[in-house]
Design a protein. Structure first.
Length: 240
């Protein structure tokens, strides 16, 4: 482990073209559960599996139940950035990291000070009326009981990509550009099972693919450096 950390430290110190690609595991040390770990959302008991509830068709069919789950299980307004978010933001300020590409919807990279953040799956902080397009903040979703409504009467929907919905093409293309041009690609806190996001790793053309994850993933054998463990602890230790 010591050897791997030294290697990553060296690659980071030598590069000014690092890109980070991450997922829910980046925020577990902030107290937000991921989807697939043993203590994650998929292992809790609900009437429906999470990917059914947070799908477009379920949202349309049953907005009350969608919002009950979404408000209880997906919103963490008091969560704070952890050592991983802070380390990535420091690397950007030092001119080393070009972009953070995230599958997360929690806004914690921006809260840590990162500026170039590609939110592949949207953000809980942006919400809009499906009838008149009026924008709303997170509080407008949290506060009322049941389905949140606009002053015009329309339903307020989070700007979050639900299952069955497409990703924003401009964000996806920009992410592909960053990854294909990166010298060092650090992938962390993601099971790499949600597509098309997981496929982004295939655009990397360099020889410094770093994987920092608690569990094994499909790209362990392809990565040039694999570090097993908690990403906040790891990045917090090696980024000054
Ligand atoms: P996932 O739940 O499928 O996988 C999480 C991965 O992170 C696992 O492999 C786990 O071993 C690893 N992990 C957990 N904690 C870690 C830590 N501290 N350090 C290192 N690794 C850690 O998550 P995913 O791949 O991002 O895909 C799930 C989908 O869930 C995404 O589309 C995302 O939008 C959504 N999601 C987002 C949040 C959030 O915004 N914080 C939370 C839950 C789910």
């Amino acid at each position: 482990m010591e050897k791997e950390l030294e290697q990553l430290k060296r690659w980071i110190s030598e590069s000014s073209n690092i890109v980070f690609f991450g997922g829910a595991g980046v925020s577990t040390e902030s107290g937000i559960p991921d989807f697939r770990s043993v203590d994650g959302l998929y292992n809790m008991q609900y009437d429906y599996p999470p990917e059914t509830i947070i799908s477009h068709s379920f949202y349309q069919r049953n907005p009350e139940e969608f919002y009950r789950f979404y408000k209880n299980k997906m919103l963490f307004p008091d969560a704070k950035p952890n050592a991983a978010h802070l380390a990535l933001s420091r690397l950007e300020r030092q001119g080393k990291l070009k972009a953070v590409i995230t599958q997360n919807i929690d806004g914690l990279h921006q809260a840590a000070g990162s500026r170039e953040v590609m939110e592949l799956h949207g953000s809980v902080h942006r919400n809009y009326c499906t009838r008149c397009r009026q924008a709303y903040d997170l509080e407008a979703i949290m506060k009322p009981d049941g389905v949140p409504r606009c002053i015009c009467g329309g339903i307020i929907k989070p700007d979050v990509v639900l299952y069955e919905e497409g990703l924003d093409q401009a964000t996806l293309q920009k992410s592909v550009r960053y990854i294909s041009q990166a010298e060092v690609l650090i992938v962390g806190g993601t099971s790499l099972t949600v597509y098309p996001a997981a496929g982004l790793v295939d655009y990397y053309r360099g020889t410094k693919l770093v994987l920092i994850n608690r569990d094994v993933t499909a790209i362990d054998s392809r990565a040039n450096l694999v570090i097993s463990g908690k990403i906040g602890e790891i990045l917090g230790q090696i980024v000054d």
